[in-house]
Design a protein. Sequence first.
Lengths: 169, 122
Amino acid sequence: MTVDSFKFLPRIIATYYRMAEVERRLPIPWTPLPRPLSECTVGLVTSGGLYLRDSQPPFDLEREKQQPTWGDPTYRPIPTNVHPADLGVGHLHYNARDAEADFNILLPIEPLKRLAENGFIGAVAPEHFSFMGFQGFPPDTTAWEKTYGPEVADRFVHAGVDCVILTPA
Amino acid sequence: MPVLARTLEAAGLATVVISMMPYWAERIGTPRTLGVEFPFGHPLGQPRDAEMHLRVLRQALGLLEQAEEPGTIVHSPETWPEPVEEATRDWQPPQPSPIIAALRPRFREILRKSRRGSPPPS
C-alpha cells in the first residue's frame, strides 16, 4: 500500500502544501540505532501543541491570530507519568476533540509503556516534548533548528535516551 | 516535524517520524518515516483504539531497526475506518486557521485558474 498524503485534505489545504516551497537538503543526517530495540530507551516528540494546563503557559495562539504568518516555536516538556486530565491542547490547525478524548493518538505514552513492560523496548524516557507544529508561512524553522531542537536533543541525551518517535499533528 | 527529526538525528539520536504526509517527509528529506493514511491530528489512529496505537508504534519502532539508509519511507498498511468525506470534515478546526483564512482568496484564484486550463502549481 502507498499512503495518499492528500486523501483527507480539502482542496484549499492541498493547494497550500503543493505551493509551499521546500528544498530537499542533503545529506540527510543519520544515527544508527546504537543497540537492540529491547535495550533502547525511547522518547517522544509531538507537534500537536500539548501542554500542562496548570503549570505551563499555553502556546501563543493570540499572537498567531494577530499575525497569521507567525507560529510559536517554543516547546513544553511532558513527564511520562502525566495525568491525562492535566494535558491541554493549543493548536489552531486541527480539531483537538479526539486528542482531548485520548492524548495517546498524539503522544503515545501508554502504548509505549506497554511495549516496555513486555520487553519490546528497553525503557520509556522520563520526559517527552511537545511543540506546536505551525511555524509560519512561509515556514521559518530557524528557532527549531538553532535553539529548541538542540535543547530537546540535549535533554534526551542526558536522560540516556537512544531513539525518538516524532508524531506531527 | 522533518526539521526536528533531522536536528535530533544530527545530535546523535535515532529518529522515526510517523507522518500523515509522507509526501512532505520525502520533499524535505527525513531519516526514517512511517507513512500513515490517517487524517491530520491522528498519527496513532482513532482515540481509544489501543490495539491500533500499539500496531502503529510497533511498525515505527521496527523501522528504527530495519532502515538501512537515510530517507527511508515505509507505508503502513493500516486503513482509516471512517468514510473519506466524514474524516476530512472531522479533523479540521472549528474555525479555519488564521493563515488559511488570510490566504483563502489567493488560493481560490489559483484553483479557479487551474480549472480554466492553466497548469496547477507544482
